[in-house]
Design a protein around this ligand. Sequence first.
Ligand code: NAD
Length: 322
Amino acid sequence: MKNFALIGASGYIAPRHLQAIKETNNTLLAAYDPFDGVGIMDNYFPRADFFTEYERFERHIDKLKRLGHQLDYVSICSPNYLHDSHIRFGLKNGANVICEKPLVLNPWNLEGLVQLEKETGKHVYNILQLRLHESIIALKEKVDNAPRDKIFDFDLTYIASRGKWYYTSWKGNEQKSGGIATNIGVHFFDMLSWIFGDVKENLVHLHEHDRAAGYLEFERAKVRWFLSINAETLPESAKKAGKTTYRSMTLEGEEIEFSAGFTDLHNKSYKAILAGDGFRISEALNAIKIVHKIRNTKPIGLVGEYHPYANKPLSPHPFHLK
Ligand SMILES: NC(=O)c1ccc[n+]([C@@H]2O[C@H](COP(=O)([O-])OP(=O)(O)OC[C@H]3O[C@@H](n4cnc5c(N)ncnc54)[C@H](O)[C@@H]3O)[C@@H](O)[C@H]2O)c1
């Protein structure tokens, strides 16, 4: 049985980690979150210690260590811009780290973490759960088995409606989340580079508070992408059906079915990590480079190979109304 600590225990994604720790027959010794709405822990580890102050959490972990309860893993579910520091906390305390996406916001942040991995002999694993989704694995196999010179046409559309709260939370703050493409897109950019290889061109057509669109050319694909958190951008069929999320991926104009199979992916990720087969820092690099470039590229407007949804009418920022 491995000993875990969890950082960011009160948030949306933390229960998937609590569940995965339990399901893999491990235990949670302690958790930390500045917000104390953490009753969910009773469903999983009611005996775990919980702290709302970093200093007390840090002191407790140190005490546990001195009492011989070495931490094996620190799981990180905190806001994106804090991952870098929280990963260091785990490594410096002699634990391996399991961190939510994106591992860090900027490619160069990874260099320091690689160095610290070497110094401590511990590893950092990133949750990149789409790589464990059966439909995505099947898609990769299809591409791998196609003639090497085949360049695919691929369209990615992902609309995950979010309310006004998004703009108040850290998620709506580009310095903290990295913005739309980083926060909700990084999974898909990781998946694309995993399947289609190195990036040859990365153009941004549109980058607003609520949506982003661009064109990516990989070794094996030309990709038009559109990401949005604005329900107004949902296709009419989804609106009529009362849906708030829309995911579509087409390869050569053919829809790839991947609506199911998302629920168990954190458990799968933990099982792989514990079996010594998780995604390490070097595997997170390509997607972090892609989103960093998107964040720092001036949009060129609707010219060239842009996604058809990029044409949809723009909406004002809810808190910047004139
Ligand atoms: N793999 C996925 O599918 C997936 C889905 C959603 C979110 N995420 C990632 O998980 C992480 C958390 O996202 P979320 O949606 O749960 O966000 P959230 O805002 O619901 O939760 C974040 C938690 O971190 C806590 N926090 C804030 N400052 C902190 C600090 N200084 N130290 C420790 N904790 C702090 C907050 O109180 C909150 O409970 C993000 O990195 C996000 O990108 C991954």
